[in-house]
Design a protein around this ligand. Structure first.
Ligand code: ZN
Length: 285
């Protein structure tokens, strides 16, 4: 299944993207895609609902805004420097254990919403990533059992303000949490839709020029390791997001570095998870 949410920010309705490409309204199912939904076997119940109701459900008109495919989660946990080449371009060492940081859940936004350069920012940067959505509460999970805790996957752009992240003291969270810095979607794909999450091409372009072009095969720590590892330090709740890190080609890695400015267009995708497009706008516009 491919889950979508559509409508105005904060008023999104649930929907489904069907195999034939039709987008249907699933509001008659009666639940948003949130912690309660994922934790209460919502995916199985939604599949049963779709089997009898999808054919007759209203079609979502073209041009309607897509929101993030899940309601605001309890956590967005990100993994830093999880591609060896990206660690090198950042001048960092290859991590021996996953590096974790948080992104404020208020940064979550729709896949094609504009990205707002924060007030006072000069170093807004892009990061195409594969995101995991947790389907079942996870605490002290073994790697072998990790996939039972995964609801599915989605495309994520882990926008980052490099000065806020690295020049303002303390942790990375300051540079990762600005409003609009977490476009997610266009859809959440359940694992059966995707095949091996460690064999997916991922790419990002700025103004039509390719900046990132890699494969999740380059990840240092894979999906089972990450779910298990993170669950040793915190309880992952249904609907939580883990963003698995970005490959080389971020603006910070260029010499001299290249950052986003108002008017730029960012496009990105992960194989099997669709694509996003964000227009870059100035704060206050
Ligand atoms: Zn990242």
């Amino acid at each position: 299944m491919k889950l979508i949410r559509y409508g105005n920010p904060g008023e999104e309705q649930p929907g489904l993207l069907l195999a034939d490409g039709r987008r249907i309204d699933a509001s008659a199912f009666g639940e948003d895609y949130n912690e309660e939904f994922f934790g209460g076997d919502g995916l199985q119940r939604l599949a049963a609902w779709a089997a009898t109701h999808a054919a007759g459900a209203p079609t979502i008109p073209d041009g309607v805004r897509l929101g993030p495919p899940i309601a605001r989660p309890s956590k967005i946990v990100c993994v830093g420097l999880n591609y060896a080449d990206h660690a090198r371009e950042s001048g960092a060492e290859i991590p021996s254990e996953p590096i974790l940081f948080f992104k404020a859940t208020s940064s979550l936004t729709g896949p094609n919403d504009p990205v707002v350069i924060p007030r006072g920012s000069e170093k807004t940067d892009w990061e195409v990533e594969l995101a995991i959505v947790i389907g079942k509460k996870a605490g002290y999970v073994e790697e072998a059992d990790a996939k039972e805790h995964v609801a599915g996957y989605a495309l994520h752009n882990d926008y980052s303000e490099r000065a806020f992240q690295m020049e303002r003291g303390g942790q990375w969270v300051k540079g990762k949490s600005c409003d609009t810095f977490a476009p997610l979607g266009p859809f959440l794909a359940t694992p059966d839709e995707l095949g091996d999450p460690h064999q997916l091409k991922l790419w990002l372009k700025v103004n039509g020029e390719t900046r990132q072009d890699s494969s999740t095969a380059q990840m240092i720590f894979g999906v089972p390791e990450l779910v298990s590892y993170i669950s040793q330090f915190m309880t992952l709740l249904p609907g939580d997001v883990i963003s698995t890190g970005t490959p080389p080609g971020v603006g910070l890695g260029f010499d001299p570095p290249v950052f986003l400015k108002p008017g730029d267009e960012v496009e990105l995708g992960v194989e099997g998870l669709g694509s996003q497009r964000q227009s870059v706008v100035a704060w206050g516009d």
